[in-house]
Ligand binder design. Sequence first.
Ligand code: PPS
Length: 307
Amino acid sequence: MEEKLSYTEAIQRAGDSFSRFPLIPIRGVPLMSYIANNWESIWAFRPDPSDILIATYPKAGTTWTQEIVDLLFHNGDAEACKRAPTPVRSPFLEIFSPPPIPSGLDYLKTMDPPRIIKTHLPFQLVPTGFWENKCKVIYVSRNAKDNMVSYFHFDSMNLTQPEPGPWEGYIRKFMQGELSWGSWYDHVKSYWIEREKKNILYLFYEDMKENPRREVERIVRYLDLSVSDEVISRIVELTSFKNMKENPMTNYSCIPAPIFDQSISPFMRKGEVGDWRNHFTPEQSKMFDEDYEKQMKDVNIPFRDII
Ligand code: PPS
């Protein structure tokens, strides 16, 4: 980060060096080549005990939760949370991109703790310092079918991710754990199994949609914050889908079209529960459910709206 460029300028400067990066496995988990090629420095990251980790499988509600936590840390001050786009305020731990775009680690180096850190890494790939330092970790999960639908549209518009290909084949890749960051099934299970031992707050996107206030209050209690009822109401309002879609600091309009082509699909796309019904045929749904039963038989995670 020698020359002082804004995030958007750095992305524009990187210009044509973007392409759909191939996936390279790290301990069996397929990751974008830029991440895999920098794996040692990611794995060596040491957080501060006060840092907060927001962990998700991609498209499960990360940005929403990042915004809630940033607003909580700023006592609901909307202007303070418009100081920069989401990835600058709340760095993406493992992200590496072509220069001169700073990596997630570069951003983290410039910030004082407590930092709000995003990751899509499955539990076993989270740098061990998070557990050794007893960092607070918020995991957000979303029902498999909606999560996959959202990921399919994202892979179409994010021109650094592998081509999604046709829908039918995408379902197969999802079931076989071949998408970036690997298997959804292993991901949601890995954090579920560890949640009590590691004091992880395990949230569900569907609960956040059903009663956002209740879930924001759970986050407040978990983070041991003192926030007034009025501020909580304001945060719930500021983080509604509509408001975040219109907010240039949360809607990823900071990332230009050669990378995120929002004319293909907006980042803030629908924000609904049950959109999978508009995508799966009854046959695809049946085939998916049968496989789901097998892959999830060893746990009882209370997902909703899946059948
Ligand atoms: S990413 O790229 O992995 O960080 O994406 P992520 O933020 O996890 O997920 C994006 C999906 O979350 C929806 N979203 C929201 N839904 C409801 N309320 C709010 N405030 C909100 N913010 C983001 C977003 O629209 C994506 O879901 P889909 O189903 O594609 O609309």
